[in-house]
Design a protein around this ligand. Structure first.
Ligand code: 2IP
Ligand code: CA
Ligand code: CA
Length: 378
């Protein structure tokens, strides 16, 4: 297990490095920004460099982890597809090639012969990341790789990633927007039960070096497997006045319904993964989302970390129904192995009933009781 955790953490560090590189290197940054204008773009160019960065990161994680654990190769899935079309209708398959030169050559084709950009990316893709983390080396939990699968969100909060504001001021530790909310999310789940077992959240833009202006990343992990709970984070202390973090698009009716529990302690932030991280860090006690706008790859990793800390993530609508029917224990948690019936495309993997991410059972109960007391709001 330590080997799998180590491999996934190293892959998340490489992913974070590629995400940083696309913002720091002029040759790549100009491509990222160019996407916003779009209209006069060379038709040979892929529609979207942002998507290329996402796809590349996903493929790198798949490649590196699949090399070490070949049995997992067909069970590593993510938000992006590695096939996409350029403006001429040609299908391009993005993949990590056996050598750096081959990868650079493939990227050159995709990037319309932009050699500098292709070389920079290929070097980052083939760089060897050696992880040195004694806490991870000491970890001794055995989990069979035969029964697990992986969800990846290569970059969550892509809008904030593209916009790239690095100096947003936090409100009581919570960054409402900006690069801090752009995260790499990796979640491992049990293929049979669908339960999350291991999660990684990597913050590529955790800290900027004041001298070099280079960003430094930070990762967090959690394991919740057969009664063993371990995490790089510790359980946050109980807060006297609870806080909730919400999407800035959240319905006013939900905000109103939560007022008796939180009063003025309502915080808003971009990025579904980032809001879950705020709960894991103890910056908020819950993140409530009344809509189906997140996906399995958003919640799987953070969910495993929250479970390791004594919290979790439940389905918002199903939990409301259960609570109203008198079931106040073991509310329906999100699971990761089954697509939604009757849906197509990405929607098949949406957390369609919304979600409540929470740091402790007591707090989840407080949220549910408050929502149900709000009567006709939902
Ligand atoms: C998005 C991203 C958005 C979030 C949305 C996710 O993923 O995290 O920020 O909306 O739910 O699906 P909000 O910021 O309102 O919470 P991506 O950036 O990967 O598309
Ligand atoms: Ca996402
Ligand atoms: Ca994404």
């Amino acid at each position: 297990m330590a080997a799998l955790l180590k491999s996934l953490l190293a892959a998340s560090e490489k992913a974070a490095h590629i995400a940083q590189l696309c913002r720091q290197e002029e040759a790549l940054f100009s491509l990222l920004i160019e996407e916003k204008r779009g209209a006069e773009k060379n038709k040979k160019f892929l529609q979207d460099f942002k998507t290329l960065a996402d796809v590349l990161i996903q493929e790198v994680i798949k490649h590196d982890v699949g090399k070490e654990f070949p049995e997992l190769e067909d069970h590593i899935l993510g938000e992006e597809s590695n096939k996409f079309e350029n403006g001429l209708g040609e299908t391009v398959v993005v993949q990590v090639c056996p050598t750096q030169e081959d990868t650079a050559a493939l990227l050159q084709k995709i990037l319309d012969r932009n050699q500098t950009a292709a070389d920079l990316l290929a070097a980052a893709i083939h760089q060897e990341v050696v992880l040195s983390d004694p806490a991870v080396d000491e970890m001794a939990v055995e989990i069979s790789t035969e029964n697990i699968a992986v969800w990846i969100d290569p970059i969550d909060s892509t809008n904030q990633y593209i916009r790239g504001r690095g100096h947003v001021m936090p409100v009581d530790g919570i960054y409402p927007s900006g690069l801090r909310s752009a995260l790499v999310l990796i979640g491992v789940y049990d293929r049979h039960s669908g339960e999350p077992v291991l999660g990684i959240i990597n913050e590529p833009f955790f800290q900027e070096d004041p001298q070099t202006h280079r960003w430094q990343s930070k990762y967090h992990w959690g394991i919740s497997y057969k009664g063993t709970n371990l995490s790089s984070l510790s359980q946050p202390p109980l807060r006297t006045s609870p806080r909730v973090v919400l999407s800035s698009n959240e319905k006013p009716a939900l905000q109103k319904a939560l007022a008796p529990l939180y009063g003025e302690q309502l915080y808003f932030a971009s990025g579904a993964g980032y809001k879950m991280l705020c709960v894991a860090l103890g910056l908020a006690d819950a993140y409530v989302l009344s809509e189906g706008s997140t996906f399995k790859w958003d919640s799987c990793g953070p969910h495993a970390i929250l479970r390791a800390l004594g919290g979790g993530i439940v389905d918002f609508l199903l939990s409301l129904q259960a609570w109203r029917a008198g079931q106040h224990k073991e509310l329906p948690g999100l699971t990761y192995n089954k697509p939604a019936e009757g849906s197509v495309g990405a929607e098949r993997w949406a957390n369609q009933g919304g979600l409540v991410a929470y740091i402790s059972q007591e707090h989840l109960k407080a949220v549910m009781a408050t929502l149900v007391a709000a009567k006709d709001a939902f």
